[in-house]
Design a protein around this ligand. Structure first.
Ligand code: NAP
Length: 681
């Protein structure tokens, strides 16, 4: 089978010198690939000109809707992917993480995009800042999609999930993708892209795939482009140092080697739930996906007094692992993704053996079920123990990307911290303890070295996604050698493909650009109460100024009795006066909110269906009997939903001196007009 690239809108057969890709299970040929002859510069230009402009015509909501339909389309065809996934050595469970985990990530981005991103083409980031005394010059940050292409270079271990977890946020951001899967498992990624393109759901130009090398693609990248790399430290360093990447300051995101640690607290000895959870987790991390997980536990850092017990318990669990053909009955761990990978892991085990002894597993002598041991890329789980971790180098530096972990005993908690940090930064570390002091010390000792820190104990074990957390968590590098800079869940990934620009100008101008009314901006008097105006008719900036209402002592007492809130600040003159914030008895904050509503509501049935909350509420000045409050109510922003629209109102309560006594956003659900409903059909 020839594995094709999808370039400039068409499938291109490999030509020139072809590389053969073989099954990890039996060494049988699976595909031939080569990217020779592709016009890489043309692909980048096509992505920007066609894909980028098509994507930027859509809003976040529209792009999220496409992702959702795409996810559903792929889910219906997942079996086609499983058939190929087995050839990568993956068991059904491994395949589930890769395939359904990847599709689940699309769903997760789609629903968060629909829920949390606006139906707009840009994103406002943060709050408005007042830049002048009078309030006529303000600042705002806006994120707009880069007018470039995102080049995704992926690792071999999760051909589907790795592709989709990068594609989803990039697509949502409005940026086209050129994806380059690792050659060893490119046949599965190619199949996935065939389905994605075949769905007909993606705007033209939004996705291309290179099967084979990236040729001179990096020479054609500009400052509007992004490279997102997943793989080894060495390759990442090489690519990041590419002259064109440096010259054009091309954004470069790296996710690379990680010597992840899992620490067992001194309190978590044999017999505790945390000990059992720990042993289970280390074994699971070693064998899931045959240990080819960027987040897998490589160093099991355990109290020296419990090291024998941990080794013994792990040995017992690992003895139950059945290595072999992932489709054969009873097999629990498949093959590594390629023969080259198996050989690489063997070499790394040799290095580790120079400073650690093997507790379990022999890379040469082991049983394989349902397959020829030599023809497939098999390895058994190999557990080592390094009793003198201070002298060791490889244990903290070499990542055997396979079913391999090393037990690293520690004497004091301080040592545990220093040993964990010898990994020089990682994607994730986990801590198994039920002792708050231990958790505290490990947090402050290690957090700055890790993208994620998971505390697992008896209280969360049942629902915890574990150390590796493959789903639906999105990992993008960690500090130090793991590359990148942060662990990202959700929508932060979208922002990597957008430029953040500070805008400055008048409240009216920035309000118009940011699609939200800003205080100090022009107020609109529409000639009728805004509560009488349907969602689609209501304009940003429409404002109601109410009449004043004087607050009396009777009001305060009545409110106190009625609600039961007889707090001294409202009821006891002497005690209230002694309070540093109040001149004497003051009105309840809730009274102000209630009276404000009494001043601004329009009581008759109308388009306002419900009040669903308040945001950003602040009481700024006490209100005393005799003060007269009034309210300004302004349409701040709107968000259309299917059946109704959400309106955010800026509410300001002032006193007779014009001082603001309270500020908040009121949130209502409003009906559309009949005309608009008819137009929607
Ligand atoms: P690798 O050799 O660095 O390859 C990674 C990717 O880079 C592959 O797609 C590879 O393509 C491509 N590549 C290699 N040389 C290139 C070049 N000169 N120009 C452009 N692309 C190039 O890594 P690997 O050994 O396959 O992957 C395993 C590593 O990935 C492990 O070290 C693991 O820690 C890391 N990993 C990290 C994460 C994370 O999130 N931090 C996730 C998964 C894996 P070819 O296959 O065609 O060479």
């Amino acid at each position: 089978m020839k594995l094709m690239s999808f370039a400039e809108g068409r499938w291109v057969e490999p030509q020139g010198r072809l590389t053969e890709v073989v099954s990890a299970v039996d060494g049988a040929p699976v595909g031939l690939c080569s990217s020779e002859g592709l016009n890489f510069g043309g692909m980048a230009r096509y992505a920007r000109a066609v894909g980028g402009s098509n994507l930027r015509k859509l809003t976040f909501t529209e792009r999220a809707a496409i992702l959702k339909r795409l996810a559903a389309y792929l889910m219906e065809r997942k079996d086609e992917l499983y058939d190929l996934s087995y050839k990568t050595g993956a068991t059904k469970t491994d395949g589930w993480i890769d395939i359904e985990g990847g599709i689940g990530t699309l769903f997760a981005y789609a629903s968060r995009g629909q829920r949390e991103l606006p139906n707009e083409k840009h994103l406002i980031d943060g709050d408005v800042e007042q830049l002048s005394k009078g309030g006529s010059f303000v600042g705002l940050h806006v994120l707009t999609p880069l007018k470039g292409v995102a080049v995704h270079i992926n690792a071999f271990n999760f051909p589907c999930w790795g592709l989709l977890e990068k594609f989803a946020p990039t697509f949502l951001a409005g940026v086209p993708v050129i994806t380059k899967p690792a050659t060893a498992t490119a046949y599965l990624a190619e199949k996935l892209v065939r389905l994605m393109i075949g769905s007909g759901l993606l705007p033209e130009g939004s996705l291309q795939i290179i099967v084979g090398s990236t040729g001179d693609l990096l020479d054609h990248l500009t400052m509007q482009d992004v490279v997102s790399f997943t793989g080894s430290l060495e390759t990442s360093v090489k690519l990041q140092a590419h002259p064109n990447i440096l010259r054009n300051a091309v954004r470069f995101i790296a996710e690379r080697d990680s010597l992840n640690a899992s620490i067992l607290g001194p309190d978590a000895g044999p017999g505790t739930p945390e000990f059992d959870l720990y042993v289970k987790e280390v074994q699971r991390e070693m064998t899931t996906k045959a240990g080819q997980k960027c987040t897998a536990i490589r160093r099991a850092i355990v109290p020296r007094q419990h090291a024998d017990a941990v080794a013994e318990a792990l040995r017992a669990r690992l003895a139950k692992v059945v290595v072999g053909n992932p489709q054969a009955e009873g097999v629990t761990m498949g093959a590594l993704a390629s023969h080259a990978q198996r050989d690489d892991v063997r070499t790394k085990i040799q290095l580790l053996r120079s400073e650690a002894q093997v507790v379990f597993g022999d890379p040469e002598t082991f049983e394989v079920v349902g397959a020829d041991k030599e023809a497939g890329a098999f390895l058994p789980p190999v557990l080592l123990r390094c009793d003198d971790p201070w002298k060791a180098r490889y244990v903290h530096d070499v990542e055997p990307f396979g079913p391999v972990a090393t037990i690293v005993p520690y004497d004091t908690l301080e040592d545990a911290v220093r040993l964990a940090n010898r990994g020089e930064g990682s994607l994730v570390a986990s801590v198994f303890t039920y002792d708050p002091a231990v958790a505290d010390e490990l947090l402050f000792g290690t957090a700055s070295f890790h993208g994620r820190l998971v505390f697992i104990d008896r209280d969360c074990a049942k629902e915890s996604t574990g150390h590796g957390s493959p789903l639906p968590h999105m990992i993008h590098g960690g500090p130090g050698r793991a590359g990148g800079s942060e662990e990202m869940g959700g929508l932060r990934g979208v922002k990597h493909y957008m430029q953040r620009t500070a805008l400055q100008g008048s409240p009216t101008r920035l309000g118009q650009l940011g699609r939200s009314w800003i205080r100090g901006g022009v107020e609109i008097n529409a000639g009728e109460h805004p509560f009488r105006r349907p969602f689609d008719v209501l304009q940003l900036g429409e404002t109601l100024h109410t009449r004043p209402r004087t607050i009396t002592m009777e009001d305060i007492e009545h409110f106190a009795e009625f609600t039961g809130d007889t707090f001294y600040a409202h009821m006891d003159e002497e005690a209230a006066s002694a309070n540093p914030f109040f001149p004497g008895r003051v009105a309840h904050g809730y009274l102000l909110l209630s009276f404000a509503a009494g001043l601004f509501v329009e009581p008759a049935p109308g388009p306002v269906l419900a009040n669903y909350g308040l945001d950003n509420l602040r009481f700024l000045k006490p209100v005393v009997p005799g003060d007269a409050i009034k309210v300004r109510l302004t349409v701040k922003s709107k968000r259309a939903r299917k059946e109704y629209g959400e309106v955010r109102w800026d509410v300001q309560i002032t006193n007779q001196l014009g001082e603001t006594v309270a500020n908040y956003d009121l949130l209502t659900m409003n009906a559309f007009s009949n005309d608009s409903k008819a137009a929607q059909g």
